[in-house]
Design a protein around this ligand. Structure first.
Ligand code: S3P
Length: 445
């Protein structure tokens, strides 16, 4: 299997006769970032089990270490974070490199706004194009001294931290867990409560985890009010469930492949993340949630997915933030469904690791689907006969996986350029593809 761990750039995929087996998808990316960041400022040792070991979460891990917090990798997918409370966090000697990770940059900026030293955060070319005014503005409202390139809108970000004013209520125009979390993390250093209201529910891992660590977190509708604890947060052990956003590749592949039966073990199915299951079920998918359990405050289940015929749907409104990272795969599902699929209210797709409206449309069109691009989404004609073709990951891990899944379903060969982008969230993706019955191959030059 070692070839799949090489930094492959072009991989060729074709439709296998069947997809069978069980996949343990890697740990949830959002929860891994939070387990590292929150335990880093808490008092006590915390063991994080099943953490995602991928480029994005490594960036958070290295940032935490650069801020003076000791983290040991103890094997078996376990990390121990040795938090010494807020007093154990010290100024980094260099720029904090957030790589490709918006979550690292936005959550860290909010967290560091409350520490009495200077931090500079930057990242790769994709991250340096992503909008940061959405955190810079609210952090300034909380009294933080935060600046950024292009009049406070683009990385690098400079945070000159210090104590913050409490009693603020911030309404954010976007339903974004990264923005909400940045505000709540700054609120940990505020004198009193901080409230944030978003237009729709985004993922709630921050609220759950900070609440479990001793912050007072009150949720009313789409508002969250945080009151910091008297002293430090207390460290908590975290069992990270499998990431539904990576499971999504297998869910869509198994649903649309004519002879598939896959089990995805121990996937996190929190309501704020499970929009893909709701949408695909409404389209006619056969997804059974087996062995439901609650692990570390997060609901998990084994997802048993079998082939099914789908009908097109309209995806808009409150389900969009609950399925935001899965929308490219849902667009692919739409192309193979009966009838048309429309994705709306999803302008956020344009400011992800790539412009995912444009890159998803380009991938699906390359394979022969009919796709219209809209400002806030896509319209996809159903009933496409997909034919293998060269597709581009555009430096975006989710697009690399979209290309591969499309390749599992199309006639002929699909070659994904920039296939190594999967390292951001799912380094073993190509190996797992082989495990379920496909035989991806490094493309010949
Ligand atoms: C994330 C939130 C989402 C998501 C990203 C991870 C998080 O971004 O797209 O992959 O961990 O908070 P937004 O909150 O900006 O929509």
């Amino acid at each position: 299997m070692t070839m799949y761990n090489l930094p492959v750039d072009r991989m060729t995929v074709s439709r296998p006769p069947r997809l069978r087996g069980a996949v343990q998808v890697p740990g949830d990316k959002s929860i891994t970032h939070r387990a590292l960041l929150f335990n880093a400022i808490a008092a006590g040792d915390a063991t994080v089990t099943g953490f995602l070991d991928a480029a994005d979460t490594r960036d958070t891990l290295e940032a935490v270490r650069a801020l003076g917090v000791k983290v040991d990798e103890v094997g078996d997918g376990r990390l121990v974070v040795h938090g010494r409370g807020r007093a154990g966090v010290t100024e980094a000697a260099d720029v904090l490199d957030c790589g490709n990770s918006g979550t690292t940059m936005r959550l860290l900026s909010g967290l560091l706004a409350g520490f009495p030293f200077m931090s500079v955060l930057s990242g790769d070319a994709s991250l340096r194009r992503r909008p940061m005014g959405r955190i810079v503005q609210p952090l300034r409202t909380l009294g933080a001294r935060v600046t950024a390139r292009a009049e406070g809108t683009l990385p690098p970000i400079v945070v000159e931290g210090g104590p913050l004013a409490g009693g603020q209520h911030i309404e954010t125009p976007v339903a974004s867990a990264q923005v909400k979390s940045a505000i709540l993390l700054a609120g940990l250093a505020a004198d009193g409560s901080t409230q944030v209201t978003e237009p729709a529910h985004s993922r709630d891992h921050t609220e759950r985890m900070l609440g479990a660590m001793g912050a007072d977190v009150v949720i009313e509708g789409t508002s969250v009010t945080l009151t910091p604890p008297e002293g430090d947060l207390h460290a908590i052990d975290v069992h990270v469930p499998g990431d539904i956003s990576t499971a999504a590749a297998w869910i869509v592949a198994a649903t649309l492949h004519p002879d598939a039966d896959l089990v995805l073990a121990r996937v996190g199915v929190s309501r704020s993340r499970a929009g893909i299951i709701d949408v695909l079920s409404a389209m006619g998918a056969d997804i059974e949630m087996e062995n439901p359990a609650v692990v570390g405050g997060e609901p998990v289940a084994d997802l048993h997915v079998r082939s099914a015929g789908l009908r097109g749907v309209r995806i808009d409104g409150v389900v969009v933030p609950r399925a935001i990272d899965e929308l490219p795969l849902l667009a692919l599902a739409g192309a193979l469904a009966e009838g048309d699929t429309v994705i709306a209210d999803a302008a956020e797709l344009r400011v992800k690791e790539s412009d995912r409206v444009a890159t998803t449309a380009a991938t699906l069109r390359a394979l022969g689907a009919e796709v219209e691009e809209h400002d806030d989404g896509l319209a996809v004609a159903g009933g496409a006969q997909l034919r293998g073709a060269p597709v581009e990951a555009a430096g975006d891990h989710r697009l690399a996986m979209l290309g591969a899944v499309a390749g599992l379903l199309a006639e002929g060969e699909t070659t994904v350029s920039g296939a190594g982008a999967v390292a951001v969230s799912y380094p073993d993706f190509w190996a797992d593809l082989a495990r379920v019955g496909a035989s991806p191959a490094a493309a010949r030059a």
